[in-house]
Every structure is written in C-alpha cells, then in structure tokens.
Design a binder for this molecule. Sequence first.
Ligand code: ZN
Length: 252
Amino acid sequence: MVFLRSIINESTGGPHCEIEVLFRAAGDLPKRLGNLSAALSGQHLLQAKIYPLYAKCDAFYCALTMGQNGASMESVCQSIKEALGNDIISLKHKLVSASESAGRHEPTRYGSLDENGWATLLRSLASNFGTGAFSAICSTGLEMGSSRGIGLAQQNGCEDRFTLLMRGLDTLQGCGWGKYQLFKTGALPHNIEVRVFDNLECKAAMSVPRFENSFVRGYITGLLRSLLSDNIMVREERCIRKGDCYCSYVVE
Ligand SMILES: [Zn+2]
C-alpha cells in the first residue's frame, strides 16, 4: 500500500515554488521520503505539501508545493538532489503566485450544516420519506462528484488523474465533510481507498438506522466515475457508525 496524501495543513501567503520530483522508490519508500523531509528541514520553508501521485514500475512520482521564506529554490533543489542521489529521474521547478497556489488548493467554501443540523435533516428525511430519501442524498452526491470531476478534467486535461482526484476530495474536505487520506492499494488505477476522518455525515447519522447511501459515498463514486471509469462502484467498508476509527471507501 502506498500512502498518497496526508491531511492538508492550509496555507500561508507569500511566494510559492512548485517542485516536481520523479524518483525511484525501489521498494523503500519510507526511507526515500525520510531523506526528502530531511533535505527540506532547515530550509526556512513555510510549508511543504507532498503529493506522491502513483507508483509506476519502481518509480514514485512526487510533487511539492512550498511557501518560501527567503529560501532559495536552487538550494532546495540541490538538497533534494543530494538526498535522493541516483534515485532521481527528473526534477523540475517553477514559481507560482500565492494566489494561484491558494486558488488551486483551497476551494471556495459554501454554506454547510453542522453535525446537529445534519442529524435533524437526516431524521426528518427518514421519517417523512423512508430510506429512499438516503438514496436521493447519495444520488445528489453522485451528481455533484461527477460534475466536479468532469469540471476538473476539462480545466486540467493533461494532469494526472490522481491529482485531479485529490482536488475533488479537497473540495469535499474544504466544505467541511471530513478530512481525507488517499491510499493506493494495488497496481490498477482503481485500486484505491479513501479514508474520511471526522466524517460529518456519519457522525450526524449515528442514531439513524440503515444509513448506507450517504452523500459522501455518492460524491466519491461520482468523482471516481468521471475521472477513472464509468462502472466503478464504491462501498463504505469501515464506518465510525460501526465503531471503526474512520470511514473507509473502497472500489468494488
Ligand atoms: Zn461512515
């Protein structure tokens, strides 16, 4: 299993540079990532986000976005070269403006309900319309996920699908639905698992019976269908409602 992305720490102003590193993981990814973080520490970076994208052959692709505070991009790149040595396949960098960087990673917030608000809404829907109401919520999520995925693909046609998937999940996270982690569970594109921590919807649905067709499951399904394959089905394998520590969505 390859860890694709951690929960984001949002961000600061100031100039950003974006560095893309393609390097061989050669079966020891933790060591390579450890070397990478050691190289980046002490560089006066305001933030560094690592977006490992996919494992392909024995290579591991990784993009970094950094906020700089007087750090020289050249010296950062030099440190990365020294840390990864012959494992580096390519190293590219460019400056991006803070607003461009923020615009790409911090989606606009729209109105949203808190946990109690959601609990009230779900109970009310269930008592008025039965569990069919949950199917409607799931379908709504599916439509929104699809439309987000299609929009992302149209705006960024040539970008890696996993990057787009993360941006789609950023939107979900940015709107307060929970914090996600994305895992690669196998070699095929759809071998992925999305974990959602502090899942707003499942917290709200703790006392709602037969709540399976959630908005989040629909959204993730729609996103994956629009970015990877039309016939993807997503199952919520683990859930805080069953006593698990997080909710886990896997492709069947
Ligand atoms: Zn859940």
